[in-house]
Design a protein around this ligand. Structure first.
Ligand code: FE
Length: 171
C-alpha cells in the first residue's frame, strides 16, 4: 500500500447480507423515557437487539439497593461497569466503576446492589437468555432478546416515544 492510499476509503460495496451498522451517539440518554422499566428502581436501555444472533446489548440501571435477580446463563455475558458497583452473592469480588466482567456459560448467580450505592449503571452483552431460578435452580422465568424486545415495544408505545422507537436498535 502506497502512502497516498492511506486515507482512501474502501471503494467497493459492503456484502449484501451484511446488516447496517449502528451508532448510538450517546449511550446515556437525555430523554428519561428511553430507559425501559423492568421492576421498581430497575431499568434497561437498549443499544442493540440482535434478533438474528439471539443476543442483546444494553445498559442496566439500578437506583436502590436490593437483590436484582438469581439467574443462570446458557451462554457467556460481557459486562462493563460505568457507574456505581454490584456483586454476586456467589463470588467474593465486587464489580466497581471501570470493571470488566466475564460471566461464564453454565453459571448461576444472584446479582445484588448494596445499600451504600445510590446508582449503578452497567453495560451488558447478554447472549441467549437469562434463566431466572430459585436457590435450588428451579426455573421461575426467562428473558431473551425477544421478551426484551416486547418490553421495549410496550414501554415506548405507552410513554409516547412510539413502539417503532425500538426498530433502530434491531439487527
Ligand atoms: Fe449474570
Amino acid at each position: 500500500m502506497s502512502d497516498s492510499d492511506k486515507w482512501v476509503p474502501y471503494r467497493h460495496r459492503q456484502p449484501a447480507e451484511s446488516p447496517p451498522e449502528l451508532l448510538v451517539p450517546s449511550v446515556m440518554p437525555t430523554d428519561e423515557r428511553v430507559w425501559v422499566p423492568v421492576e421498581q428502581n430497575v431499568w434497561f436501555r437498549p443499544l442493540l437487539m440482535c434478533v438474528s444472533r439471539g443476543y442483546w446489548c444494553n445498559l442496566l440501571r439500578v437506583r436502590r439497593s436490593g437483590v436484582l435477580s438469581r439467574h443462570r446463563h446458557p451462554l457467556p455475558v460481557h459486562g462493563l461497569v460505568l457507574k456505581g458497583e454490584w456483586r454476586y452473592l456467589e463470588h467474593d469480588w465486587i464489580a466497581r466503576e471501570g470493571s470488566y466482567v466475564y460471566e461464564t456459560p453454565g453459571e448461576t448467580h444472584t446479582l445484588v446492589v448494596d445499600p451504600h450505592v445510590d446508582e449503578m449503571i452497567t453495560f451488558f452483552q447478554v447472549n441467549g437468555a437469562m434463566i431466572y431460578v430459585d436457590p435450588d435452580g428451579n426455573v421461575t422465568g426467562f428473558d431473551d432478546v425477544f421478551t426484551r424486545l416486547e418490553k421495549c415495544r410496550n414501554h415506548y408505545a405507552a410513554c409516547g416515544l412510539g413502539s417503532e422507537y425500538i426498530e433502530q436498535f434491531i439487527r
